[in-house]
Design a protein around this ligand. Structure first.
Ligand code: UD1
Ligand code: CA
Length: 455
């Protein structure tokens, strides 16, 4: 059965104290509204309607590329008024599902359960028990336990306020019925708003049973109103991600000190130390070890590779059994073949490092292609930029580059070549030979050290 989804996202979010519309604030690097839309789309809706208001253009622009029907609610006159804006966009024989742009972590299974409640004579309402229900609409049930109506906190009597089962706002209902009831909403209540919740009483009066589904966890239905709630939901999301990884066989030295702000796929027996941040799409092969304080963004790390402490790796491919770090920075376009080694204080950008090659200390390798078993001495840099253009450095198999050399690109070092330490190489160096450029060493025997001036 297809459903037509309406997402309410017109609220201002005053308590965020932000210039950014509330639904654009991010949880795990994705806006709240994107989280909702992503879950909504897993239900394959006939249409995704987004009711927007505050910061409208910005919200639409932030979600370009999303297949959605954007409906403006110029004035926010209540949740019932918001849904009414979508009246022309759903059919009588469709099931309509109402979601909220600021409630990001509802599970697909919960929404399925909600949709399952909808028949010709029943609708679904998502509720939850809260120890402190202050502020929420309360679920009023009759003696037999059937839902009768919802009363908003501000309109509730003291006895009604004692009820701890609350309305989450999410519901599923037949489109034709919904149209009927929306047409009858009034705003004669404590807030002078058109309450969507009033349709519950109308449903019961029309003989439509309101069947409730309970959310499994309060964070599944919690909205974001301020930055404290946003931070709490972020922690909950991260704890879920960590749990999923551990269930899948990943060792986390401390599940509370890992942040997944993208998508992480792991092979078998992966180990992740503390304070690791994952962004974009990251793949870790079997037996990969990630040390503490590592940032990984959009990278693939093959089986058996080890990333030591304090590395920053972005848009890079790391070959099997390679060792990187501690303190290495691999920038976009870095490709390390199998069993290569990149050591401390090394920066690599747009470069291929061949199998078994080593760049172990204090180097910058940019716009370069290194063959197999190359050894780059400490402090060596490729001078890839002439101030206007970038140039390539090519180094053949088994070349040995002496420490503190500068390779002025474009330049090519032949295979098995040796470059003397401290050389500035600006012309191609032939294979199998020693090339060096170094001023001759001299000693001045009568030279005196300077002494301090007397006052
Ligand atoms: C609403 C429910 C309440 C429920 C609570 C759960 C009503 C009348 N009450 O109360 O029963 O317990 O949610 O959080 O529905 N919105 C619009 N346009 C509007 C008004 C609201 O898009 O004109 C959006 C808001 O951006 C927000 C959501 O609807 O995302 C809820 O609105 P809000 O005013 O916060 O409703 P509550 O008073 O919290
Ligand atoms: Ca609210």
């Amino acid at each position: 059965m297809t459903c037509n989804i309406i997402i309410l996202a017109a609220g201002q979010g005053t308590r965020m104290r932000s210039a950014l519309p509330k639904v654009l604030h991010k949880l795990a690097d994705k806006s709240l509204l994107e989280h909702v839309c992503q879950t909504a789309n897993t239900l394959a809706p006939s249409q995704l309607n987004i009711i927007y208001g505050h910061g409208g253009e910005r919200v639409r622009q932030a979600l370009v590329g999303l297949q959605a029907n954007w409906i403006e609610q110029a004035e926010q006159l209540g949740t019932g008024h918001a849904v009414t804006q979508a009246l022309p966009y759903f059919e009588d024989d469709e099931t309509v599902l109402i979601l909220y742009g600021d409630v990001p972590l509802t599970k697909q299974a919960t929404l399925h359960a909600l949709l399952d409640q909808v028949t010709a004579t029943s609708m679904g309402l998502l509720t939850i028990e809260l120890p402190d229900p202050t502020g929420y609409g309360r679920i009023i049930r009759d003696a037999a336990g059937k839902v009768e109506r919802i009363v908003e906190h501000k309109d509730a009597t003291a006895a009604e306020r004692a009820i701890t089962e609350v309305n989450t706002g999410m519901l599923a209902v037949n489109g034709g019925r919904l149209k009927d009831w929306l047409g009858k909403l009034g705003n004669d209540n404590a807030q002078g708003e058109y309450y969507l919740t009033d349709i519950i009483g109308m449903a019961v009066a029309d003989g439509v049973e309101v069947k409730t589904v309970q959310a499994s966890h309060r964070y599944e239905v919690e909205g974001v109103n301020d930055r404290l709630q946003l931070a709490r939901l972020e922690r909950y999301y991260q704890s879920m991600k960590a749990e999923e990884l551990m269930q899948a066989g990943v060792t986390l030295r401390d599940p509370a000190r890992l942040d997944i702000r993208g998508e992480l796929k792991c092979g078998q027996d992966v180990q992740i130390d503390i304070n690791v941040i994952i962004e974009g799409r990251v793949r870790l092969g079997d037996n990969v070890q990630i040390g503490p304080n590592v940032m990984l963004k959009d990278c693939v790390i093959a089986a058996g590779a080890r990333i030591e402490a304090n590395c920053v790796i972005e848009q890079a491919e790391i070959g099997a059994s390679s060792i990187v770090g501690p303190f290495a920075r691999l920038r976009p376009g870095t490709r390390l073949a199998a069993e290569s080694k990149v050591g401390n204080f090394v920066e690599i950008k747009n470069a291929t490092i061949g199998e078994g090659s080593k760049v172990n200390h204090l180097s910058y390798i940019g716009d370069a292609r290194l063959g197999k078993d190359v050894n780059i001495g400490a402090g060596t840099i490729t001078c890839n930029y002439d101030g206007a253009n970038k140039h390539q450095t090519v180094i053949g198999d088994k070349a040995f580059i002496g420490s503190c050399s500068q390779l002025v690109a474009p330049v090519e070092i032949g295979s098995n070549a040796t470059i003397g330490a401290g050389s500035t190489i600006s012309k191609d160096a032939p294979a199998d030979a020693l090339t060096l450029s170094r001023s001759p060493q001299k000693t001045l025997k009568n030279w005196q050290r300077p002494t301090k001036n007397k006052e």
